[in-house]
Design a protein around this ligand. Structure first.
Ligand SMILES: [Fe+2]
Length: 311
């Protein structure tokens, strides 16, 4: 490492965040439909990141790595992430089941570490679905059967909350940044869970070294404040949306600059426009009603089926 590079590393850390990559194996159907080709999305994002990569210290992936949490999907994701020249670290989302995620992602350079210290910063990786986990007959903490994990909007749980407090108290660097799948209190009713927001409201004020948080889950690139802390949200490779104006967006990712004075800046980026794969088409009242929490997924599917029957 040159002296110039070392000086930059200590003063300024540069990270790219991918989220909600939702990898599928060849021929598999996406959960819920209405999905982009996530292999093509990865290629487009990877191309878009080529000019940035020389300046990056780390790539972070904030969950929903695989669409169905299957081993083959993690193999594919790991091979894709392994193409980055810098280390990649991932935490799980609600589409990720913990055992296949942990067993399937690890490669040299692709990890699932829970704390990574770089310069003056500690990056803490939280499982924001940890509250749905329960012990099996051996005492091992495992995912619950069925789709409980898949259909949650964030559930931190007492043990994960205690772990976050313990780690933030124990790190020896001045600044902490939390990476997780579910951003707390997102301004999108479909993805807002009051119990989950309350869990973080009880934790954040006790973390004086916390400088920010970043997640995904909503598939709507955004940033806002929660309990005085900046929260950044990355888009998705499966489908990304804008609420203002209401339209579909290309696959998206974010970049971050962490300074040694504790400030964080972040920018949203899109893969190149492609009118066949991800046109920026406006969406109508039904999808807006879903995002605004006026209808649920079952009602959306019913409306779509009625329309198709009428055509
Ligand atoms: Fe997702």
């Amino acid at each position: 490492m040159t002296a110039l590079c070392q000086t930059r590393l200590m003063a300024e850390i540069r990270v790219a965040q991918l989220s909600d990559t939702h990898f599928l194996e060849d021929g598999e159907e996406a959960e819920g439909g209405a999905a982009y080709d996530t292999d093509a999305a990865f290629e487009a994002v990877y191309d878009s990141m080529r000019d940035l990569e020389d300046d990056l210290d780390l790539v972070v992936v904030t969950g929903d790595v695989a669409d169905h949490g299957r081993a083959g999907q993690y193999r594919k994701a790991a091979e894709a992430f392994n193409r980055f020249a810098v280390p990649v670290n991932a935490c799980p989302g609600n589409h990720d089941f913990v055992t296949p995620f942990s067993a399937g992602i690890g490669r040299l350079g692709v990890s699932t570490s829970r704390v990574i210290e770089i310069g003056d910063w500690a990056f803490v990786f939280v499982d924001s679905s940890a509250g749905v986990m329960s012990p099996d007959s051996s005492g091992l903490t495992v995912d619950p059967p069925g789709e409980t994990r898949l259909h949650n909007n964030g559930n931190l749980g007492a043990a994960e909350a205690a772990w976050v407090r313990q780690i933030c108290e124990s790190v020896t660097v001045p600044h902490v940044f939390i990476w997780l799948h579910h951003p707390p209190g997102p301004p999108l009713p479909l993805c807002y869970d009051e119990d989950y927001a309350a869990e973080w409201r009880a934790v954040v004020p006790d973390l004086p070294n916390l400088r920010g948080m970043a997640g995904g889950h909503t598939h709507v690139p955004d940033h806002y404040e929660f309990e005085g802390v900046p929260v950044f949200v990355a888009g998705s490779f499966k489908n990304s949306f804008s609420m203002e104006p209401q339209q579909w967006l290309p696959p998206a990712y974010r970049t971050y600059v962490f300074s040694d004075d504790g400030t964080v800046t972040s920018e949203n980026h899109f893969a190149a426009d492609n009118d066949e794969l991800w046109p920026r088409r406006p969406f109508g009242r039904t999808l807006k009603s879903l995002f605004m929490g006026e209808i649920n997924y079952d009602q959306l599917r019913e409306i779509v089926a009625q329309r198709q029957a009428a055509d």
